[in-house]
Every structure is written in structure tokens, then in C-alpha cells.
Design a protein around this ligand. Structure first.
Ligand SMILES: Nc1ncnc2c1ncn2[C@@H]1O[C@H](COP(=O)(O)OS(=O)(=O)O)[C@@H](OP(=O)(O)O)[C@H]1O
Length: 333
């Protein structure tokens, strides 16, 4: 680790560049152990996201799709989604590495790791399916900014790197770091591109979703996920409105209002309330000037030029900032 390039990141944690990504010391420290100790199963479903792109929502929806009802005894009424679907990265931190071994199949797990840094047993096609969600980088940064305000102290404790700064950077400073890709698991565009390429090469193994599309059509997105995860809704469930009920239960307004999310903390010590804010598209415009937005859009477009995934500013119902086109592979860049 000490030989890797190091730099400050946003949130203000020391990051090291490894295999093209900026990772925290904590992630790097346990990465090898996570690979060694985690045994993928063909029935696993892994929910992957860059931080602040829809992880919490994806966890709630995927978890609920596996349950028969949304009644008062539903675990989401008493648990934050992060405590129902654990992060794969934590397997390396567990002393005996068995935290996920006791979960019966099919297991539902999550990760913020780039595709190229997932355990090989997952990416070689024998380790189950991956659902990936991506989001407009401008909204991602804005969301991170607000999350950071609420969680600085805990994030620093979690970082465990001694290199964290306690100072809250200005939005402009955070923007500069984000533009350089210096955020947890950044750059975001490279993270998304790896999963986009994997989804094109292996559509049965990787489902690529967009947060903006999920907002526009939550029921359709949930159905798509359920089919992909191997638990499609039956005609009876459709008839009784299960899809609508799950979407309602997992909506931002509903989850945010639950007592557990207003007062509790996740198992990692983060305030539950910090995971729920506005959940909209285009919030970035309250903090980012048009010039800043154009610069970030330009950086992303340039980084992805000629590749398979393009983030473009498109105004289709104000929720489709992306367009995709085919081109050369990431490995060619
Ligand atoms: N249920 C639901 N529906 C829609 N949107 C939701 C939901 N839950 C969380 N959010 C919004 O997602 C943003 C947080 O991102 P993540 O969940 O990826 O955060 S984390 O990586 O798990 O820390 C953050 O976005 P912003 O509102 O833009 O900050 C949350 O408000």
C-alpha cells in the first residue's frame, strides 16, 4: 500500500490510486482478505453502485422483491436498508471471514467496488448476477456533499487511515477533487463504464440501471430487476398490486419517515437519516454554476470518448441525462 500514489479525496480522506481507481486505505487494507474469504455462489445477487447513486433504494427494492408481502412485519419497518443487505467489502474485515457464509441462498449482497476489483469468482461468470445503478455525476457529487456534512466524524473514524482531514472542504474544493476522480472509488465515470461494458458483454450476468430511469418508472424498473434476479412477480402478485406496494414502501418519502430511519444508526455507525434527502434529478444546479457543470460534463465526455458509454446532457422529461453509444472497449484506452 505504501508504494501506491496517494492524494486527498472527497470526502476528505486520504485515497490511494490502485488499478486506476482512488480507494480509501480501509478498502485497500481489506481488499485481499475480502477476495480470499468471500465464496461466491451461483445464486448470489450483488447490488453494485458508486457511492451516492442510489444504493439505499436499490437495496430496499431488491430485498423487498424477494419477500411475499409488504405488511407491517416487513423488515424495512424496523431496519435501514443497509442493515438488510451487507457490503461484500466487509467480508475482509471479519476475523473469520464467515459473516456471509451463514446466509441461505439466494444471498443478496452489495458492493461499491469497481468491476475489475470484484472477487474473480464473481466476474468469471460463476458467481451469480450483478445489478448496477449509475447516476448523473453532478447529482452524485451534490448528494455526496450533503451526506458528508452529516457524517464527517463517522466517515473519518471508518477511514481508519490517520490521513483524514477534519476540515469540511468548500463545495468548490470538493468539485475540484471530484473532477480529478479523487473520490471514494472514483473516478465515477470509469466505475460506471466497467459495469456498462460488462453488461453489454454479459447481459445475463450484469443488469445496468440508471437512477434517473428508476425515478421515472419505478414499477417498470422493479419488474426488470425482479426478472433479472430470478424472482419475477407472478400474475397473482401483479393483480394484487404487489409491485405498486413495494415501490410505495421503498419510496424516499416512506423510508425517510420511518422511525428507524429518523433516529437510528446503521451497523457501521452512520446516521440512518443521512441516507435520505431529496432523491431528485438536477439538484446540483443549486450549488454548481453552469460553467462548472459544463466542465464536469466535458471531463466525463472526454474520458469516455470513443468508448461504449456516454453521459450526455439531454433534456428528455428532465430525467434522461445519459445517452449510450457503442465504440471501442475500455481496455483499448
Ligand atoms: N428510496 C429512495 N428513493 C429514491 N432516492 C433515494 C431513496 N433512498 C435514498 N435515496 C437517495 O439516494 C442518494 C443516496 O445515495 P446512496 O443510497 O447511493 O448512498 S450510499 O452510497 O449508500 O451512501 C440520496 O440522493 P440525494 O437526495 O440527491 O442526496 C438519497 O436521497
Amino acid at each position: 500500500m505504501s508504494s501506491l500514489p496517494t492524494a486527498p479525496g472527497f470526502p476528505p480522506l486520504r485515497l490511494r490510486r490502485y488499478a486506476g481507481f482512488w480507494l480509501t486505505d480501509r478498502t485497500l487494507k481489506f481488499l485481499g482478505a475480502s477476495h480470499a474469504r468471500f465464496s461466491p455462489r451461483p445464486t448470489d445477487v450483488l447490488l453494485v453502485s458508486f457511492p451516492k447513486t442510489g444504493t439505499t433504494w436499490l437495496k430496499a427494492l431488491a430485498f423487498s422483491a424477494h419477500l411475499p408481502s409488504t405488511g407491517a412485519d416487513h423488515p424495512l419497518h424496523r431496519n435501514n436498508p443497509h442493515d438488510l443487505v451487507g457490503f461484500l467489502e466487509l467480508a475482509g474485515e471479519d476475523d473469520d471471514g464467515l459473516i456471509y457464509e451463514g446466509i441461505p441462498s439466494p444471498r443478496l449482497l452489495a458492493a461499491h467496488l469497481p468491476y475489475s476489483l470484484l472477487p474473480h469468482g464473481i466476474t468469471d461468470g460463476s458467481g451469480g448476477r450483478i445489478v448496477y445503478v449509475c447516476r448523473d455525476p453532478k447529482d452524485t457529487l451534490f448528494s455526496f456533499w450533503h451526506f458528508h456534512e452529516k457524517t464527517t466524524a463517522t466517515l473519518q473514524r471508518m477511514a481508519d487511515d490517520g490521513g483524514a482531514s477534519s476540515a469540511m472542504p468548500t463545495f468548490e474544493e470538493a468539485f475540484e477533487l471530484f473532477c480529478k476522480g479523487q473520490s471514494m472509488a472514483g473516478p465515477q465515470w470509469r466505475h460506471a463504464l466497467e459495469y456498462w461494458e460488462a453488461s453489454r458483454l454479459s447481459p445475463d450476468q450484469v443488469l445496468f440501471l440508471r437512477y434517473e430511469d428508476m425515478l421515472r418508472d419505478p414499477e417498470g424498473s422493479l419488474r426488470k430487476m425482479a426478472v433479472f434476479m430470478g424472482c419475477p412477480f407472478s400474475p397473482e402478485e401483479e393483480e394484487t398490486g404487489v409491485v405498486r406496494d413495494i415501490v410505495e414502501l421503498c419510496s424516499l418519502g416512506m423510508l425517510k419517515g420511518l422511525e428507524v430511519n429518523r433516529s437510528g444508526r446503521t451497523m457501521l455507525g452512520l446516521k440512518n437519516e443521512a441516507f435520505f434527502r431529496n432523491g431528485t434529478v438536477g439538484d446540483w444546479s443549486s450549488c454548481m454554476t453552469p460553467a462548472m457543470a459544463a466542465r464536469l460534463d466535458g471531463i466525463v465526455a472526454e474520458a469516455l470518448e470513443g468508448s461504449m458509454l456516454f453521459f450526455l446532457k439531454e433534456k428528455v422529461d428532465h430525467v434522461l441525462p445519459y445517452a449510450f453509444k457503442t465504440g471501442r472497449s475500455l481496455s483499448d484506452q
